[in-house]
Design a binder for this molecule. Sequence first.
Ligand SMILES: [Zn+2]
Length: 212
Amino acid sequence: MKKLLKQYEADFMQNKGQGCLTAKTVYTYSKGKPVCFCAPHAVHSFVHKQERSRDIGTGAIVQYLGKQQTFSTIVRNKFVPCKEMISDFILTKKVSASFFLDIHGMRAHKDFDLAIGTGYFSKKKYNAILTQTKKLCRKYKIRYRVNLPQYMGKIGLTGRLQKTTGKANVLQLEFAPEFRDITGQIIQDKTIPFLIELGESIKRKEHVKTTA
Ligand SMILES: [Zn+2]
């Protein structure tokens, strides 16, 4: 797995994190599966008229889930000095997925590894998927927080999709740096197995069953 992750991440690391500048499109979409993993910050993006640093490792994680597992993916593969939002891409390309997992990187925190954000919608509305996510966090010993103000996901893909479609079918997951380190062990032992199980459980609609 380490070799593949290194290989995938190399594409996003090029040009000092601006990615593959000769790519035809800003986003690469691999379609056809019901659950779609997204890495909108795999390379640098343009926010408030400034170049914003990428979420290291998120591109490699999502590529792995698309190429080695059975999930759809959308990754940003090049920097452009204008707003090119992934939500617009999804809406104009009419991406059909039953659920989107919006993968990001947060800074390190002492007491948690993963920030889960339900965007504009309440925890109650996400009860089923949250129950499943928390169960898997306990299994993989991932310390999580839900809806911390700075990691709720209102600004970005999760919030924008919710506002446009009115559906609670997108969840933001922000991982701490060591959970995205492609040279480390945590990404192989925790981050990726956790995401595979979460994605598979959504496919099997276990998050729906848990709402009783
Ligand atoms: Zn991000």
